[in-house]
Design a protein around this ligand. Structure first.
Ligand code: COA
Ligand code: AMP
Length: 627
């Protein structure tokens, strides 16, 4: 290390307020902040609360006003529908201003919530930015979630209106959204006033007369509206993420801190320059999509790629490299699972060599641990810097990274590199003491969290306190375990709770257990994650049936698969369900899920001395072998 990283980190840790006030100077505020942060009556931190800004102004208007209106803002590429379209900053501004006019006409204003349940199409981005323009709070729900998940989010966010589309398009199949939307709206207790539906040519959705509004018709006579000033601590969006129960957590993101963090990260974490092309191959339904498909690239004046397709099968494993060539992508960010899928189909990365990928300067990976074999494969075949970075929906941007905008550090396989200046990361033991180098512990962040991170959970301060702040007073508990080596490199080894990561999608085994346990034939169950070579993890359920159940096991297993799919969505991928005679437990009745995972993954069993009856492992093991 040349010391530049250390110097920057020290500047932050010596005076975080000064450090962030300095960073905030890069933002075109409507009213500049005087104070970095303050604590509210609950002790929660809010950044730049005394400032005023508008996030859509930062993402669009300021660039047009500065003479960059003709530069490309949004590149839509959709192999699943065989369509492409590009928007300049001026064009995107016009669409967003008009759509904000449509929503204003429907009574949407500052602080109102708007749920967005849309596929990866430009209108989804336009909807998000139009909310920001009005000071309304959007809550995007991933299109792969089923009606029940959408209904739960509608009830929590209580939106005035919902934006949706007639369908999403997956590999070789059209998924009608409208029946899912209608079902969710009828399941929800909260009643929305209107749904604005974008009709796609792949499928026409019948509209209900009073409630539904056709997007294109509304846009045809819409009036543009200007950006509304909001306070730095006013929420920009709520994004739900999985916790340990069936009730998702609404992560709140505030305008001021978010804008500063997005701008800072584009330079520090991603080493981008305005005018370059950034591609986060994710989905707007996830935090990666919010931060790095929509807000950060636009605030930083990069062109951003909105890719409606997969790494493979749309049409093949060359898709990523084709997009890089077509749009001269500078930096590509995706999940390790996407590259594992490419590696499986194109083991020697012929596609990378076949296309002109010379514009690509670096690869970024996050969403799950970057496993060393995938890291080595990418390094060997692309010869590019392969940069792992660790973050979560809650933080909205990288807690640990290789801070290439400050200094490029040597990478280490399996490590997300070092804490990003702004995050005071500590690995703590059960007593809250700092672990020694290489000693595993709970990864925590000393408060205050930097700008852009969640101030709380939407309408649920108690959950924020109990889930994140109470275990180690003065720290935010990340939920991940890991260690720091003797050179200060951070290794994130996985969750310490019931959250799992299936193909980069964060899901809750607790929620799946609730669904499985609700089946009338099920006495008890355990859902846990097992290793999968493509998706990283997949869930598995072990189920004990009630003694008086006389039907067939296969029938119950089939019903459980279908119920999880229809309740959470196809992305839950709970396929592996097995009926067992009983579950291993401690004498106090705690189910030993970790041991079950070790058994299925073929790892050495570390059975606690408190186990009630260890012979069950032999029985289950025999059952697994006979399958
Ligand atoms: N809308 C509706 N359904 C969706 C969906 C969406 N947006 N996304 C996924 N699904 C469905 C799929 O159609 C599939 O349904 P099926 O079981 O009927 O075939 C199911 O959910 C599972 O999909 P997926 O997880 O995508 O698995 P896959 O086997 O089709 O593809 C990968 C595997 C690895 C190629 C894919 O998961 C992938 O691209 N992952 C990257 C994820 C990512 O970028 N995450 C963001 C974190 S940065
Ligand atoms: P999400 O909130 O969906 O972004 O998921 C966040 C979780 O994904 C983290 O808490 C980690 O468990 C995992 N994760 C994300 N990025 C990484 C990474 N680079 N290395 C290890 N785990 C990661």
């Amino acid at each position: 290390m040349s010391g530049e990283y250390q110097r920057t980190y020290r500047a932050f840790s010596d005076n975080p307020e000064q450090f962030w006030l300095q960073q905030s100077e890069r933002i075109a505020w409507l009213k500049k902040p005087q104070q970095a942060y303050h604590q509210d009556e609950h002790g929660f931190y809010h950044w730049f609360a005394d400032a005023e800004l508008n996030t859509s102004y930062l993402a669009l208007d300021q660039h047009v006003l500065n003479g960059y209106g003709d530069e490309t803002a949004l590149i839509y590429d959709s192999p699943v529908t065989d369509s492409k379209r590009q928007y300049s900053y001026s064009e995107l501004l016009e669409e967003v201003s008009k759509f904000a006019g449509v929503m204003q006409g429907l009574g949407v204003g500052k602080g109102d919530r708007v749920v967005i349940y849309m596929p990866m199409i430009p209108e989804a981005v336009i909807g998000m930015l139009a909310c920001a323009r009005l000071g309304a709070i959007h809550s995007v729900v991933f299109g792969g979630f089923a009606a029940h998940e959408l209904a739960v989010r509608i009830d929590d966010a209580t939106p005035k209106i919902i934006l949706s589309a007639s369908c999403g398009v997956e590999v070789n199949k059209v998924i009608e959204y409208k029946p899912l939307l209608d079902e969710a709206v009828s399941q929800a207790q909260h009643k929305v006033e209107h749904c604005v539906i974008f009709q796609r040519p792949q499928c026409y959705a019948p509209l209900s007369e009073c409630r539904d509004i056709d997007w294109a018709t509304a846009m045809s006579d819409a009036q543009s509206v200007d950006a509304v000033p909001v306070a730095g601590a006013d929420p920009l969006y709520i994004l739900y993420t999985s916790g340990t129960t069936g009730i998702p957590k609404g992560v709140v993101r505030e305008n001021g801190g978010h804008a500063v963090a997005m701008h800072y990260s584009m330079e520090t974490v991603y080493g981008m320059r305005p005018g370059e092309v950034f591609w986060a191959a994710s989905d707007i339904g996830w935090v990666v999509g919010h931060s790095y498909i929509v807000y950060a690239p636009l605030i930083y004046r990069c062109a951003t790629v909105l890719y409606e397709g997969k790494p493979v099968r749309t049409p093949d494993a060359n898709a990523f490299w084709r997009v890089v060539e077509d749009y001269k992508v500078t930096a590509l960010f995706s999940a390790p699972t996407a590259f594992r899928a490419i590696k499986k189909e194109d083991p020697s990365a012929q596609g990378f060599k076949q296309y002109d990928t010379s514009s690509l300067k670096r690869l970024f990976l996050a969403g799950e641990r970057l496993d060393p074999p995938t890291y080595e494969w990418l390094k060997e075949h692309t010869q590019l810097p392969v940069l792992d970075h660790w973050w979560q929906t809650e933080t909205g941007w990288a807690i640990a990274c290789n801070p290439i905008g400050i200094e490029t550090l040597p990478t280490k396989a399996g490590s997300a590199t070092v804490p990003t200046p702004g995050f005071n990361v500590q690995v703590l033991d059960v007593h809250g003491e700092q672990c020694e180098a290489n000693e595993h512990g709970a990864v925590a962040i000393k408060l205050p969290l930097p700008p852009g991170c969640l101030p709380s959970i939407w309408q649920n301060n108690e959950r924020f306190k109990s889930g994140y702040l109470s275990q180690y007073p003065g720290y935010y508990l990340s939920g991940d375990g890991g260690y720091v080596d003797e050179e200060g490199y951070l290794f994130i080894m996985g969750r310490t709770d019931d959250v799992i990561n299936v193909a980069g999608h964060r899901l809750s085994t607790g929620e799946m257990e609730e669904i499985v346990a609700a089946h009338p034939a099920v006495a008890e169950c355990a859902v846990f994650a097992i290793h999968d070579s493509l998706k990283g993890q997949i869930p598995m359920a072990m189920v004990v049936l009630k003694d008086d159940f006389s039907g067939s096991n296969e029938e119950v297993e089939q019903q459980l698969r279908a119920t999880v799919r229809s309740t959470i969505g196809a992305i839950a991928c709970l396929q592996d369900i097995i009926c067992v005679p009983r579950l291993p437990k401690t004498r106090s009745g705690k189910i030993l899920r970790k041991n079950l995972r070790q058994l299925v993954d073929g790892e050495e069993l570390q059975i606690p001395s408190t186990i009630d009856d260890a012979s069950i492992f032999t029985e289950i093991s025999e059952q697994l072998q006979s399958r």
